[in-house]
Design a protein around this ligand. Structure first.
Ligand code: TXA
Ligand code: MG
Length: 355
């Protein structure tokens, strides 16, 4: 499947200080938005592809640039609870509690939407996803634009979310008018999406805010990975393709934890494919070293941190790097079936090509 767009032209990229972006750079980016353009900007999770979220024509440009089917709701980025309330038709105590505990930060709240939010931004849903990012560049840009910024991850549809400006350029080329480059993202995985429109708060997408942290604030919170995937599929325009998301160009094969990785590498290399490896456990590392002679030199090998947050921070960059190394098959060591790994496990599942 073609997930990288054909355009090779490079957009304008402005390097900014992640903690104190220059007012001139922010003003230039805000001017692009004010003309109805698209600006890719860093957040603490991943880079976003931003447009003015309350201008329907601007929001449409996001869908065109990503080749994202209409009907996928976008997140509106705000500076805080006060601004968020403006775009919600009601703001529950629960929304308030969660916003106060996690904002600014990697939590998206799905709430009933105000009429000022265009249909295009919510995929026609009666709700809207709102998030106040922690990144100083994102905050400065929202303030300068003076409107909420609709921003999905700044990658082509179904491709991997970018965690650096270089990833944005590789995935979108000049389909974005300007990229603000503030270096790599802190979390490297998307925000946790929580629906607070119902009786119980429900996690729709596991992400950088962990279930453990959420449960401290909302003990009744529900996360059902299987239901989320199925429900997600049903809501998507192209069934069958829907659970595949966040995928590199290489075919991803998830192998069991530990020494099993050797078997997976051997069978992947047997057909003559260019094979890459992403692993994290010391067992996998030792087995890989011991048996390296059996499969010879591989074009891409990444040993990622063995804690879930460290693994998450590095995973998408490893996907981009494997594609740069022109890997055909990417063998990824599976992660533990533990709650702290749910967000990562979800992304690995979605990166795995259906047969
Ligand atoms: O970390 C992030 O969330 C990044 C940065 C840029 O903020 N953004 C991001 O956006 O990942 P995107 O469009 O790639 O993912 C948005 C997620 C999707 O899973 C979408 O279904 C969900 O949020 N979402 C947004 N609005 C929703 C709504 N009204 N109801 C249900 N789900 C919603
Ligand atoms: Mg995305």
């Amino acid at each position: 499947m073609n997930v990288t767009l054909s355009s090779t032209a490079v957009p304008r990229v402005l390097v900014v200080d992640p903690n104190a972006p220059s007012p001139a750079a922010i003003a230039e980016a805000a001017a692009v938005l004010a003309r109805g353009g698209l600006v890719a900007f860093p957040t603490e999770t991943v880079y976003g592809l931003g447009a003015r979220g309350i201008v329907a024509d601007d929001v449409k440009k996001i869908f065109a640039a990503k080749e994202r089917p209409a009907g996928h709701p976008l997140i509106l980025h705000v500076v805080g609870e006060e601004m968020a309330k403006t775009y919600a038709s009601s703001w529950s105590l629960r929304a308030s509690r969660l916003a106060r505990a996690f904002w600014p930060g990697p939590l998206t709240l799905v709430v009933p939407r105000a009429s000022s939010v265009p249909n295009e931004a919510t995929g026609g849903l009666p709700s809207v996803g709102l998030r106040a990012p922690k990144h100083a560049v994102a905050q400065a840009l929202i303030r300068a634009a003076n409107v909420p910024l609709a921003a999905p991850s700044a990658n082509a549809h179904m491709h991997v979310s970018p965690t650096t400006a270089a990833h944005v350029v590789r995935s979108l080329g000049d389909r974005v008018d300007l990229v603000l480059d503030a270096g790599p993202c802190t979390h490297g995985i998307e925000s946790t999406v929580v629906d607070v429109t119902g009786d119980v708060p429900r996690v729709l997408r596991a992400g950088a805010a962990t279930l453990e942290m959420l449960r401290d604030v909302e003990p009744s919170i529900v996360y059902d990975a299987a239901a989320v995937t199925v429900k997600g599929d049903a809501a998507r325009a192209s069934p069958g393709m829907a659970s595949k998301h966040y995928a590199p160009r290489a075919k991803v094969v998830v192998s069991a934890e530990g020494v099993a990785i050797v078997e997976a590498i051997l069978s992947a290399t047997a057909g003559g494919a260019r094979v890459g490896v992403i692993a994290w456990s010391s067992q996998a590392r030792d087995a890989f070293r011991t048996h390296a002679g059996a499969f010879g030199e591989l074009p891409f090998v990444a040993m990622l941190p063995e804690d879930p947050a460290g693994f998450a921070r590095a995973l998408f960059a490893a996907f981009y790097d494997a594609d740069e190394a022109k890997v055909d098959v990417l063998v990824v060591e599976d992660v533990p079936r533990e709650e702290a790994w749910y967000a990562v496990a979800d992304r690995l599942r979605r990166a795995t090509s259906p047969a």
